[in-house]
Design a protein around this ligand. Structure first.
Ligand code: ADP
Length: 357
């Protein structure tokens, strides 16, 4: 059907060569305006026929390169065992994502997996870690983008970057696209105040999501948010599974602190002392625990400096271990970052829209 641009004649006759502004079938071969790293990146994405896949044509090479170098993480090094607690989330995610990516032949028809997963909850509770672990366990390529960077850093170019992102992901299947702060992209704030460019960006994003729903493509979209109540109905409909990622339990907090210290060979606390730390950190997120451990681990160094020992003369082997008192001091510095009344909002939203245990 002849569209509105049916009679349009481009002012410059296209000879099919890459001009450096957009990609073409031959991926810019023989185009001197592209630098070597861009050419390499495009070549890497070419199919067995040596041609650039349809989805990546007519995009700006620099955006494809940005997606490949900055957004794509070929080998995210996180596994289920690195994540404390969250058994419900792990079970759901395995069933919904990891198994279907590992055995696509089993998960067809009624068993077809959903393509969109929402992880919501307070900040610093392991949502990004789960995204990476999914990709790690399913041996999928991981793409991480913060939605707020699309609207702030990529002003006016967000749509093109979104096309490049989904285009590259479809060439690197199985793929997991993790969109952090997805609320800033798919929020329900409406028309008047909504900027034209962010409306277009949202539309483009939803179109791309439609594109891989139901098809045999192995792409999973994970959205993460601390503000699920901002998401509109269209977003909820596409993010079929919605998992609440709560603050860590006392056991999970102990596990996080212990494993961080053990990793550095610094763990030297008794069970009783660990219990005291756990009881004093009610309401701390996983990342608060990490900050607490980091601060407490400075205790021996601070003390040595206080005693007048020069940092250049401080011998590693002479340093005392980290004690409960270090944690007690740090507890005054590192406080919980999530307020208890925020938690009520998450629980309410979870009851209404979440995939409950
Ligand atoms: P979110 O995406 O929910 O804001 P992250 O996944 O980025 O949080 O977690 C931030 C950091 O906090 C992680 O790098 C990790 O050190 C720590 N952390 C948070 N939750 C957990 C958890 N459940 N198990 C282990 N570490 C955690």
């Amino acid at each position: 059907r002849r569209g509105i641009r049916g009679n349009f004649v481009p002012p410059i006759k296209s000879n099919g060569n890459n001009t450096g502004n957009t990609t073409s079938r031959n991926a810019g071969k023989g185009d001197d305006s592209l630098d070597e790293s861009t050419k390499k990146c495009l070549e890497f994405l070419c199919g067995p026929d040596g041609e650039l896949p349809e989805k990546l044509r007519n995009l700006e090479p620099r955006l494809i390169e940005h997606v490949s170098n900055e957004i794509m993480d070929k080998a995210p090094n996180v596994h289920w065992d690195d994540i404390a607690g969250l058994q419900h989330a792990k079970r759901c995610v395995n069933e919904m994502v990891v198994f279907p990516l590992q055995r696509p032949d089993l998960f067809t028809g009624c068993r077809s997996p959903g393509r969109g997963l929402l992880l919501f909850g307070p900040p610093g509770t392991g949502k990004t870690m789960i995204g990476k672990a999914i990709a790690g366990e399913a041996k999928a390529t991981f793409f991480y983008i913060s939605a707020s960077s699309l609207t702030s850093k990529w002003i006016g170019e967000g749509e093109k970057l979104v096309r490049a992102l989904f285009g590259v992901a479809s060439c690197r299947q199985p793929a997991v696209i993790f969109v952090d702060e997805i609320d800033s992209l798919l929020s329900q704030r409406k028309s008047d105040g909504e900027h034209e460019s962010s409306r277009r960006l949202k539309t483009q994003f939803l179109i791309e999501m439609e594109g891989f729903e139901g098809v045999t493509e192995q792409i999973l979209l994970i959205g993460a948010t601390n503000r699920p109540q901002e998401l509109d109905e269209a977003a909820r409909r596409r993010l079929t599974k919605r998992l609440y990622i709560p603050l860590p339990s006392a056991d999970a907090r102990a596990w996080i602190a212990r494993s961080l210290l053990e990793k550095d060979g610094l763990f030297n606390l008794s069970d009783k002392e660990m219990e005291i730390i756990c009881n004093s950190t009610d309401g701390y997120s996983g990342s608060d625990m990490k900050n607490l451990v980091n601060d407490a681990s400075m205790g021996p160094i601070r003390e040595a400096i206080h005693q007048g020992i020069e940092i250049t003369k401080l011998k590693k082997e002479d340093m005392r271990p980290i004690t409960l008192q270090d944690f007690k001091n740090s507890l005054k510095e590192v406080r919980a970052s999530v307020s208890p009344n925020e938690l009520g909002n998450y629980e309410e939203w979870n009851k209404k829209f979440g995939s409950l245990a």
